[in-house]
Design a protein around this ligand. Structure first.
Ligand code: F6R
Length: 245
């Protein structure tokens, strides 16, 4: 098994490819289960899915979604909450029923976190498992918020965010002090259980970590390297993110 590499001529070409794959899946399997990511990387993908919905009638009425992660401690309506991000960038513009949308909670009490995470895992199982998982990659090599040291078989849980991850989020929050210290994330094991995985990475800033994830031995120091052991994992890169390979 090895990660299948897609070297696209541009970010736009990569986005079109991934969006077409998702559209084909949904047309063939209207009850498809999607694993979704937030961050800068998938924003143009969501724009393309909205366009496919508006222009080509792609319907999400029977689709179920599970997001990878959510910051802990934010109101869902906080501009940087992932609940807010997903509604602003995708859910408000397509025909998915609210009941089919799942994100970890942002305001779960400490004593309820374990049962909340177990319920998230159960909901994924009950939905039939994830057909197509979208991923970005953090500079720490995280997928979801599985920071260095996350085991390959980890499940949905509370995680302490790496300082690099918090620094990368600081501009959006205005100040490092405003960036939450913890999040709830699907585990590496949760992600690896998806039937197909598409990791997208764009720009020079991702080149070094993309090389480590793809070309170096599998290690829990780079959780994206676990994808080397997945039977249907794909990296969609632009020339800049592929420049260190
Ligand atoms: C987001 C997520 C993260 C991001 C990663 C890259 O839900 O789980 O793993 O995909 O931090 O973020 P961007 O795309 O902003 O570079």
């Amino acid at each position: 098994m090895s990660i299948q590499l897609h070297l696209h001529s541009s970010r736009e070409a990569a986005i079109r490819t991934v969006a077409q794959e998702m559209a084909m899946l949904i047309r063939n399997k209207p009850h498809a289960v999607l694993g979704l990511a937030t961050g800068a990387t998938p924003i143009p993908l969501y724009q393309e899915l909205v366009r496919l919905h508006r222009v080509e009638g792609l319907s999400f009425r029977q689709v179920t979604t599970f997001n990878l992660d959510e910051y802990l401690g934010l109101e869902p309506t906080h501009p940087e909450s992932y609940w807010n991000f997903m509604h602003r960038n995708l859910f408000d513009h397509i025909d998915i029923p609210a009941a089919n949308i799942h994100l970890p909670g942002s305001q779960v009490k400490t004593e309820d976190i374990l049962s909340h995470c177990e319920a998230y895992e159960d909901a994924i199982r009950v939905a039939g498992g994830i057909d197509y998982q979208i991923l970005g990659i953090g500079r720490t090599g995280h997928i979801g918020f599985n920071e260095p040291g996350s085991p390959a078989d980890s499940i949905t849980r509370r995680i302490h965010l790496d300082e690099i991850t918090r620094q990368d989020a600081a501009p959006a929050f205005g100040d490092l002090a405003h960036v939450p210290t913890h999040a709830i994330t699907m585990g590496c094991g949760t992600i690896l259980a998806a039937r197909k995985i598409a990791l997208m990475a764009f720009g020079e800033g991702k080149a070094a970590i993309v090389r480590r994830a793809l070309r170096e031995p599998v290690t829990d120091e780079v959780s994206a390297s676990f994808l080397q052991n997945h039977p249907d994992a794909h990296f969609h890169l632009d020339p800049a993110s592929a420049s260190a390979l």
